[in-house]
Ligand binder design. Structure first.
Ligand code: 5GP
Ligand code: MG
Length: 182
């Protein structure tokens, strides 16, 4: 926690909001079965907590998308590097990511999944950094809107570190470029 400048969203705020979000999603799907697809690694903590608030039939799978390396800004076009194993044709798909930033990742994954002819595709993100959007894209379910700062914790990493922090915090600028990490 010493590497954190300030806490943006506390553990309690996250817990409370996830209960509300689960309620919104339950109400939206009205008992219909959903394929929840988590974009890992970032969404793993969020999806684990969120699905335990869902009272609808669901299947879970994950996709791995690469766009960020060990830096704090995007590296070109997002690439899906692990294919989905579920049959999504005719299924309601709920895509989950940790954070919506430029919008490149989610818009690309939605575009890809549309080719699989699901019954519907909705998106849910824990965090929305709207100021950074470079493609027109909005998520259907949003946990928190946050300002344009690089955050870690609750699944979000810097160079695979800090994912286990229970809150969302702003990483101290000097920790965003430690020479000994690669
Ligand atoms: P987008 O494609 O919308 O620009 O970015 C989405 C991905 O970028 C997220 O899944 C996340 O991995 C990464 N990302 C964007 N902003 C942040 C941030 O503030 N902190 C961290 N740790 N990752 C971020
Ligand atoms: Mg991610």
């Amino acid at each position: 926690m010493d590497d954190i400048d300030k806490v943006l969203v506390s553990e309690t705020e996250i817990k409370n909001r996830i209960v509300e979000l689960g309620g919104e999603i339950n109400a939206y799907y009205q008992g219909e079965e959903v394929a929840v697809i988590a974009i890992i690694n970032g969404a793993i903590i969020f999806v684990a907590d969120l699905i335990r608030e869902l009272r609808i039939p669901l299947k879970l799978d994950c996709v791995r998308v690469s766009s960020y390396r060990n830096e704090t800004s995007p590296q070109g076009r997002p690439e899906v590097i692990d294919r989905i194993r579920l049959e999504l044709k005719g299924t309601h798909v709920l895509l989950i990511d940790d954070i919506l930033d430029t919008g490149n990742t989610l818009s690309e994954v939605v575009r890809l999944f549309e080719t699989l002819n699901p019954a519907s595709i909705k998106t849910c993100v824990l965090l929305d950094k709207k100021a950074r959007r470079s493609v027109e894209f909005e998520a259907d379910f949003v946990g928190f809107k946050i300002p344009d700062e690089f955050v870690v914790g609750y699944g979000l990493d810097f160079a695979e570190r800090y994912r286990h922090l229970p809150c969302i915090g702003v990483l101290r600028p000097e920790m965003q470029n430690p020479p000994e990490w690669n």
